[in-house]
Write a protein that binds this ligand. Structure first.
Ligand code: GLY
Length: 377
């Protein structure tokens, strides 16, 4: 536990006077109070979490806040993507206001991407902005969604369409909590780890090919090394392009395809976000080859590694009998990044050489989707 073994890594997201630390290490939740005390402006906090995480990590966080003399109460929400909606946003804001807060009250997101994204919107809107702390408890949230201030909820029209860039004051990634994650959840988060290798770190992709199954099996050193590498990459990218005017868009590799798959699956258990990103990345590499940008067969290399770790790389696990390429395309055309009917994709010349393609026409995309929908054709 961290109080007896206070070794953790510290990175900084460098955004001038809104810079903030990312702490990474085993047992950090048990010592969270003193790390929070260093950034809090007032004595009170409200923890937003979900029913699963409340059973695993909330008591340790509460004890730690108690020992640091920090006031707290908890709002516990249902788990799952459906919680990231207007109804729960209204519920949490209402609960905060009814329970008594002031502008120095901090909101703590204790959970995965759903809790982090929703809580970020709550923090951005309530009293025109409350301090916000991210304590991510999934691999996906630790390596990606908790860092960089993208907050959002979903609407009937699509995923993450309402939100704000709103940076936390601290990200505290306790690698120990990953031990309690269901294996499927861990695998789904691993897709976002692989993403960093594909974007601009080919050596990291090589390392993952050699070590990925060990870190998924629980090797703590390899796990921490991978999380540290990803957080360092994310901090670098966000520090250079906070509001996604340029290079930050590379972090969307696999997401334009992935969001369309998630929309078609109804954002449920059939396809987790990270699983959609895994398939989406393979689709993006296939599209890169189709458009003549990629030589070689890195799509197959990527698919082989993802499959080795148990992630899906095609649509065979899904019931796609009624799916069409046109329907998937219609989801993509609603993507935030579509302009004048031309879609933005992150493509790769090779693994580790990604780039932004802003004017991709629908036809080649439909052709790649068709191959995935009818693989034998
Ligand atoms: N998850 C992508 C980003 O933070 O930009």
């Amino acid at each position: 536990m961290e109080p007896n073994n206070p070794t953790f890594d510290r990175l900084t997201v460098d955004l001038g006077n809104r810079s903030y630390p990312i702490l990474i290490g085993q047992g950090l939740i048990a010592g969270a109070g003193r790390h929070l005390a260093a950034v809090l402006r007032g004595p009170n906090t409200v923890i937003v979490t979900d029913e699963h995480v409340a059973g695993v990590a909330l008591p340790a966080l509460e004890r730690s806040l108690d020992s640091a003399g920090i006031g707290h109460r908890a709002i516990v929400l249902p788990p799952g993507e459906a919680t990231k909606d207007f109804a729960h946003l209204e519920q949490v804001v209402g609960d905060l206001l009814a329970g008594g807060i002031d502008r120095k009250t901090a909101v703590i997101a204790l959970g995965g991407g759903v809790i982090g994204d929703l809580t970020g919107v709550v923090a951005a809107l309530t009293l025109r902005g409350l301090d916000f702390i991210q304590i991510p408890t999934t691999l996906l949230a630790q390596v990606d969604s908790s860092i960089g201030g993208k907050t959002a909820i979903n609407t009937a029209q699509g995923k993450n369409l309402v939100g704000a860039f709103y940076q936390p004051r601290l990200v505290l990634a306790d690698t120990g909590v990953l031990d309690s994650l269901p294996p499927r959840e861990l695998q789904a988060g691993y897709a976002e780890v692989v993403k960093y290798g594909c974007i601009d770190m080919p050596d990291f992709f090589d390392w993952l090919e050699a070590n990925g199954t060990d870190l998924l099996a629980g090797d703590p050193d390899k796990r921490r090394q991978a999380i540290l590498t990803c957080c360092r990459a994310k901090a670098r990218i966000v520090s250079a392009d906070e509001t996604e005017q340029g290079a930050r868009a590379l972090l969307n590799l696999g997401h334009t395809f992935g969001h369309a798959l998630e929309a078609e699956c109804g954002y449920g258990e059939a396809l987790l976000h990270g699983e959609a990103v895994a398939i989406g990345m393979v689709m993006a590499l296939r599209l890169s080859a189709r458009l003549g940008h990629a030589r070689g067969n890195d799509a197959a290399r990527l698919a082989a590694h993802l499959a080795e770790t148990g992630l899906p790389t095609d649509l065979s696990r899904l019931d796609v009998a009624n799916w069409t390429a046109d329907r998937l395309l219609s989801h993509m055309l609603k993507d935030k990044k579509t302009e004048d009917g031309r879609m933005t994709f992150i493509l790769c010349r090779a693994i580790g050489q990604s780039f932004i393609a802003k004017d991709v026409a629908p036809d080649p995309v439909a052709s790649v989707l068709g191959e995935f929908l009818s693989p034998a054709a």
